[in-house]
Design a protein around this ligand. Sequence first.
Ligand code: NAD
Ligand code: UDP
Length: 317
Amino acid sequence: MRRILVTGGAGFIGSHLCERLVRDGHDVVCLDNYFTGAKSNVEHLLGYPNFEIMRFDVREPIKIEVDQIYNLACPASPVHYQTQPVRTVETSVMGAVNLLRLARETGAIVLQASTSEVYGDAQVQPQDETYYGHVNPIGIRACYDEGKRCAETICFDYHRQYGVRVKVVRIFNTYGPRLAPGDGRVVSNFILQALRNKPITVYGDGSQTRSLCYVDDLVGGLVAMMESPDEVTGPINLGNPGEYTVLELAEKIIAMTGSKSQIEYRELPQDDPQKRRPDITRAAEVLKWRPHIELDIGLARTIGYFRRQFQLELDVA
Ligand code: NAD
Ligand code: UDP
């Protein structure tokens, strides 16, 4: 049994990770400032003696005795991180520094949740970990992309300079139950629009691609990375290589929900990456990890969740 700190633990991925770690019998501290997460995401865990929750902001230094730190604290949806860009940079960079300092003092391992966004609007397809990326450093996505890139930098500097054990994973688009409604991400937007028979908002012509990983698969990858030998520092891509255009995704969700929604085209946001697909060879070789949950299965589960969550509202409508 390990003492584990999960920052951003009340968020979408964090709450699933906490669930898994509590179930595995670890002593789990979920830390969150509820900027984009919610207590309700983890309230079902509160009765477990090996789970506790702490309201805290990772921009502040923290002292706590733990063996492992999963650093997930950071707004992840473009809508959220772009409304508070300064806070996003501070959270990524100061958060990483504070947790690395803690790791240096306690000897804990830090797993840093990085992102496919470090590749920016990638000029190579698929993206493997040797690609340095194509990021606009002053655009509206930069607070997130460059914040995460700098967090990777400081992880490797703490590793080289102070011997802190670090593990960097680059997470590709992940979806599933507990995506926050209204945070603008494509899967939750399309499912909610479809269930409400409202227009499905496709940005641009919908030819841009994303590869979508179901959250349970992703959590398995995070744990495999944390439990890997110390010399495995990453970066390692975690994601599902199945690639779909945004338009294909919209059509799939309309069909799966039996919705009457029509597709409505909207302006493509600035710097929206055109193509995104992970090369997961490294994860497969080093972690023996690969995703197993097909898009149709994962979407069916996610649609089921949103149906249950919003049944009352849908009944009224
Ligand atoms: P999320 O917004 O649901 O979760 C982030 C959590 O961090 C929230 O609970 C939020 O309240 C918390 N948080 C934000 N700022 C904080 C601060 N200063 N102090 C403490 N807590 C803070 O997003 P998510 O999708 O669960 O993403 C989790 C992590 O995974 C993020 O670091 C994100 O960058 C990374 N990631 C996610 C995806 C994805 O597709 N979901 C893809 C790539 C990377
Ligand atoms: N998108 C869309 N309609 C929406 C929400 C998103 O067409 O209502 C597109 C968006 O432009 C992007 C893709 O879907 O090309 C994924 O967007 P998301 O915000 O989920 O994540 P990103 O990968 O861009 O961070």
